[in-house]
Ligand binder design. Structure first.
Ligand code: PEP
Ligand code: CO
Length: 448
């Protein structure tokens, strides 16, 4: 018996459970006003798209497909700009192309964007020079500047977050429908930097080969193949701020149950995955496919209970476990989990997040992640799953399409000293475009 079985699920039943990582809004009335407005606004995604992604994940669980999930650690309202959105979309499309080419698999693309605005923090308060203020919890809650006014949780930001998410998803849909991902136009697949990158030649050859293959297939078929001109693209964010998620929880005509229509693929973060907690309670009742982050410290019983509570009917496509253990821990921590989940008969997609277990602080005060460790955790993941008779079905990455210097290493071998040049993340360090593409190339090699 889990604590959840005594509760009748409804979109607000999480309020009866302990809710970690929630802001303290000083004015309950303003919060309720904002939520009421949010509830009446159009959703960001539709139930049939959500069901479509669940089917794609089910196929990947069955061994026919690989999921690429990536984007910022924390989106910011200020970065809701066309060039930033387009570059991030491009790098994800390019990576997916590299993976399709190398793995000979369908790739399901999920952006970590259009709503990735709320962050879990290790402490409620941050203290600087003797002054303590609420921690920055993402743009959906407050602002990063360290003043009493900007750190105060503001419910108006819930509406602003919804609006920026809508602008982002609208632009992404427009780009994709307009042919941004059309393989007949490999020139769309370039970023300006490609010519100057140490990876340029290999990448260009891949794009040319794929373009040739498309033309060859179409010659054989005697007609253009429509599927090559468009791709599916899905969105995801951490289902953290439960007031926001509840306001987006809707029923739709002709489909049973409740859907979270703020995103296709919400996930539960590692800090909010307790059994009996509000996040597990909320997520168990929605029909979306869901992810749960799994760390090296989580017991086999805990992970098994999560699968049982979140997916009691063992529905295909419903459940993704995203392990984020660290390159030094995964070899010991992952095999027992794979075995326990398999022995219990839980149907899951296994994904690797090689970012969050490999964060280190530099002597000059930056949070960074060494590229080698990230690569090592992904490569070990492929090998461990194979050795355990399982399969790695996807990766979850923090990345950007910009030329930032946040993670060290990679083809240009960024050093600690380089981090100062373009460190822009407000929370965790992301792979820059080149490092992201390089990682895709390395993955395609080991998994191909
Ligand atoms: C994240 O994905 O940004 C995050 C906070 O991850 P985790 O819950 O795995 O620590
Ligand atoms: Co992060």
């Amino acid at each position: 018996m889990s604590p959840h079985s005594s509760l009748e699920w409804h979109p607000a039943s999480w309020q009866q459970c302990p809710a970690a990582q929630q802001p303290n809004y000083p004015d309950a009335e303003r919060l309720q006003d904002a939520l009421q407005q949010l509830q009446t606004l159009p959703p960001l995604v539709t139930s049939w798209e959500v069901n479509g992604l669940k089917q794609q994940i089910a196929r990947a669980q069955a061994g026919e497909g690989f999921v690429l999930q990536g984007g910022d650690c924390a989106e910011s309202f200020a970065d809701c700009r066309p060039e930033i959105i387009a570059n991030r979309l491009k790098v994800l499309l390019q990576m997916s192309l590299v993976l399709v080419h190398g793995m000979r698999q369908r790739v399901v693309r999920i952006g970590r964007f259009a709503g990735q605005y709320a962050k879990p923090r290790s402490a409620d308060l941050e203290t600087r020079d003797g002054v303590s203020l609420p921690s920055y919890r993402g743009d959906l809650v407050n602002a990063p500047e360290f003043t009493a006014a900007t750190r105060m949780p503001d419910p108006q930001r819930l509406l602003e977050g919804h609006a920026r998410s809508a602008m982002t998803i609208n632009f992404v849909r427009g780009l994709i429908d307009g042919g941004f991902a059309d393989l007949h136009h490999p020139e769309y697949w370039d970023l300006d930097w490609v010519q100057h990158s140490p990876l340029a030649v290999e990448y260009q050859q891949m794009v040319d080969t794929l373009g040739d293959s498309v033309r060859f297939m179409e010659t054989l078929a005697g007609q253009p193949i429509g599927d090559f001109s468009r791709v599916d693209f899905y969105t995801s964010h951490e289902a953290l701020l439960l007031w926001y998620e509840q306001a987006h929880t809707r029923q739709v005509p002709r489909a049973p149950g409740w859907y979270n229509l703020s995103t296709h693929f919400p996930w539960i973060g590692m800090r909010t995955a307790e059994i009996g907690g509000a996040h597990v309670e909320y997520c168990r009742g929605i029909r979306n496919p869901i992810g749960v982050k799994v760390g090296a410290g989580m017991s086999v019983d805990w992970v098994s209970d999560l699968c049982r509570i979140l997916n009691p009917d063992n529905e295909p496509g419903r459940m993704t476990l995203i392990h984020r253990m660290g390159a030094g821990k995964i070899a010991d921590a992952l095999p027992p989990l794979i075995e326990a989940v398999r022995n219990a008969g839980h149907r899951v997609l296994w994904m690797c997040d090689p970012m969050h277990g490999n964060t280190v602080s530099t002597p000059n005060g930056f949070k960074t992640r060494p590229f080698d460790e990230i690569q090592s955790e992904v490569e070990q993941s492929f090998a461990i799953h194979k050795a355990c008779g399982s399969r790695l079905g996807g990766v979850h990455l923090e990345l950007t399409g910009e030329d930032v210097t946040e993670c060290t290493g990679g083809a240009r071998n960024l050093s600690h000293a380089d981090l100062e040049r373009a460190y822009r993340s407000t929370v965790d360090p992301r792979l820059n475009y080149e490092q992201a593409l390089e990682l895709a190339m390395k993955m395609a090699r080991v998994a191909g």
